[in-house]
Structure formats: structure tokens, C-alpha cells
Design a protein around this ligand. Structure first.
Ligand SMILES: Cc1ncc(COP(=O)(O)O)c(C=O)c1O
Length: 383
């Protein structure tokens, strides 16, 4: 089986892990954590980073630091991994689910502007969702597959409505938009994941990145149980969300190879796009002009098949030894969020079940990729 995505741990990972063991620094106290934060901030293009136990924890703490709380609403594209919605729910808030733009699979900025105009009203300091009477507390765009959302517009809209923006950039380290680094696109806080399937992994882990030193200090404080000094004083309800030195050691070694990993991912993405371009039934993943995605996952979009046929195609690919998978099922179709307020979802509903993610490990050889391409063409011919 050619796997979907496996990490390359052949750099300094083993050596740095041994350093953790030899030094006995295995917890969240240890030199690799600080090193990891410096490296993430630099790679993301912002001055400050706080390492977290996961990307989900990073999102939760970022939203909390920006004041999202009980009974609030947070705008979120429905086409995302469930962790984005869960982080909102952990705050006691509810996602307000918008559709994505067809050309990017990220939050539709026109739709965002329209719903804010038509469905909210300002009441003093608060922007309120007319129908539910709830406060709208933030906007959470998602950088789908690593592709940044149209942040120039989203941030301008957010500013006009005085809403903070948290970017879920889980898989977007190494991406740029209009030549700007991924954490320099105007979001108040940008959150990354380093779980096992990401281009750069720490085994598990996340990071919150930002430019506002005071806000970032609050993020750090919240991740360390809101502890003040060494005497068990805590000034609010915080979280135990720190990354461990062991995870940071792996993350540091991985970050040393970020550029090579992202280059490999982009090469794989481009090869699939070229290989499938002659097939009228296969479309590439989005690549809008001006944006350079880190291309976390690659694959293809199949046209003209029903959901059951797509499941058969995926089964067939696995029988061919190809670790193909479907992609995110939108949040409004997930049991915990069926009641969440939402817009109509023509793009996400017609798209999600037709996406096939294909093997794209950074170590994938051209020969392996050619076998994947041949298997896709062969199995598609069955329909
Ligand atoms: C878009 C998105 N948001 C959030 C997460 C959650 O990150 P983690 O698994 O590190 O908690 C992921 C990845 O798993 C993701 O893809």
C-alpha cells in the first residue's frame, strides 16, 4: 500500500530526542520548546509564537484570549475539519457556518459581507445575530489544505465590523499570499497544527502565532493554567495546553527541513494536476493566482459521480494499493452541529464527497506517484 501521508523522520529527530532523555527534560519545561517557538514564529512570519499541546488546543486558547465565551457565535466555513468547530464549542460558543468559495474552498468573503450586512445588528459594543439574539464574537477562516483564505478582504470586513479574526492555518506553514508569509495576513492570531499527518509534525502539537505582544502573553498565560509565579496562584481558569520538550524536539528537527518538505509537497501537487488535466472527469485542487499553498494534501476532484459511486472508487483504489481517502465532511452535516446556524451550502455540499486525497508523503517517489495516477485512471474507467 502506498500510504496517504507518512512523516519523514530521518533528520535530527532521533538525536534531539536522545538529548531530551539524557538531560531528563521531557516535560513542557525544556530548551526545545523555546527553540520550537522561535522557529515557528520565523517560518510563519510573525514575532511571537506559543507552542500548544495540539492545534485544537491552540484554536481554543486563541478564541478564549480574544474574548469568545458562553453563548457567542463565531463565523466558520462549514468545509473544515471538525476540530475548528469543536474549539468554538469548547468556549461555550456556537459556530455560524458559512459556505466556501468554489475557486478556493475557503471562506467566501462576498457571502461573509452579505450575512454581516443582512443578518447582524450593532447593539452598543456588540454585534448581534438578529435571528438568535446572540453576540457574534469572531471570524475563523480556515486555510484549506494549506491555501490561505482571501485575507485582504476578510480582514477589511472584520475591521469594519470590529470583529477579531483567528486563522485556522493548521496545515499552512510555508504558504504565502501575495508574497506575504502565512501569519502576516492580518489575522489577530494564526494557529498551526503539528499532528502526525501534517507536513511538519511534532508527533502532536500546535502553535499560536501573532504580532501583539500583550495578546500573545495572554495566550501563553492561558496555556499554563493561568499560573502567576511559583506559588500556586492562578488568576483565572486556564488550561494545561503546553507542548512537551519531547514533542518540541521532533518539531525542531522537522522545521529544519520545512522548505524541502514544502517543495516536495508542491511538486507532488503539480504532477497530479498535469497527469489528470487531460481527463474531463478530474479537476485539480484549487490554486488561485497570487497564493502559494504549502499543498498539505494533494489529489483530485471527480465530476459526475454520486456519493455511493465515490465510495466504490475509493475502495477500488485501496484494492490497487493506493492509500486514497475522502476529505472533510462539512460541519453542518455532523451530528453535534446540525442545529448550528448556517447559510445555504451549495458549494460545500456539491464538493466534499467528490474530493479524493491521494498519496503525497514528502518521500513519495515519481515511480510511486505514477502507479497512483495509473490506478486512478484505471478505476475511473469503471464508471
Ligand atoms: C483545519 C484543521 N483545524 C484544526 C486541526 C486540529 O489540529 P490538531 O489535530 O493538532 O488538534 C486540524 C488537523 O488535524 C485541521 O486540519
Amino acid at each position: 500500500m502506498i500510504p496517504l501521508a507518512v512523516p519523514d523522520l530521518t533528520g535530527n529527530e532521533g538525536c534531539y530526542l536522545q538529548e531530551c532523555i539524557d538531560s531528563t527534560f521531557v516535560s513542557s519545561v525544556g530548551p526545545f520548546v523555546g527553540r520550537f517557538e522561535t522557529a515557528v514564529a520565523q517560518a510563519a512570519g510573525a514575532p511571537h509564537a506559543v507552542a500548544t499541546a495540539s492545534g485544537t488546543a491552540g484554536l481554543h486558547v486563541a478564541l478564549t484570549a480574544l474574548g469568545v465565551g458562553r453563548d457567542d457565535l463565531v463565523i466558520l466555513p462549514s468545509l473544515t475539519f471538525i476540530a475548528s468547530a469543536n474549539a468554538i464549542a469548547y468556549c461555550g460558543a456556537t459556530p455560524w457556518l458559512l459556505d466556501v468559495a468554489a475557486e478556493s474552498w475557503t471562506l467566501d468573503a462576498d457571502l461573509l459581507e452579505r450575512v454581516l450586512q443582512d443578518q447582524t445588528i450593532r447593539q452598543g459594543e456588540h454585534l448581534v445575530h438578529r435571528e438568535s439574539g446572540r453576540r457574534l464574537a469572531a471570524i475563523l477562516p480556515v486555510y484549506t489544505l494549506g491555501l490561505p483564505a482571501h485575507m485582504e478582504r476578510i480582514v477589511a470586513i472584520a475591521r469594519a465590523y470590529r470583529l477579531p479574526v483567528v486563522a485556522d492555518a493548521a496545515a499552512a506553514l510555508g504558504s504565502t499570499a501575495q508574497g506575504r508569509a502565512v501569519a502576516d495576513l492580518g489575522a489577530d492570531l494564526t494557529v498551526f497544527s503539528f499532528n502526525g499527518n501534517k507536513t511538519v509534525t511534532a508527533g502532536g502539537g500546535g502553535a499560536v502565532v501573532g504580532t501583539d505582544a500583550e495578546l500573545m502573553q495572554l495566550v501563553r498565560h492561558l496555556t499554563t493554567t493561568a499560573r502567576q509565579g511559583d506559588n500556586y496562584d492562578h488568576d483565572r481558569i486556564g488550561f494545561n495546553y503546553r507542548l512537551t520538550n519531547i514533542q518540541a524536539a521532533v518539531g525542531c528537527a522537522q522545521l529544519e527541513r520545512l522548505h524541502a518538505f514544502v517543495e516536495a509537497k508542491r511538486r507532488i501537487h503539480a504532477r497530479y494536476a498535469v497527469a489528470f488535466q487531460a481527463s474531463p472527469r478530474l479537476q485539480p485542487f484549487p490554486a488561485p493566482a497570487g497564493f502559494a499553498s504549502a499543498c498539505w494534501l494533494s489529489g483530485t476532484v471527480v465530476t459526475g459521480l454520486e456519493p455511493a459511486e465515490m465510495a466504490t472508487l475509493l475502495d477500488g483504489l485501496r484494492q490497487e494499493g493506493v492509500g486514497a481517502r475522502s476529505f472533510w465532511k462539512p460541519i453542518h452535516l455532523q451530528a453535534p452541529y446540525r442545529q448550528a446556524p448556517r447559510t445555504a451550502q451549495p458549494v460545500s455540499e456539491s464538493l466534499w464527497f467528490r474530493i479524493v486525497t491521494l498519496p503525497c508523503s514528502t518521500g513519495l517517489t515519481e515511480h510511486e506517484q505514477d502507479s497512483v495516477i495509473a490506478a486512478v485512471k484505471k478505476r475511473l474507467a469503471d464508471f
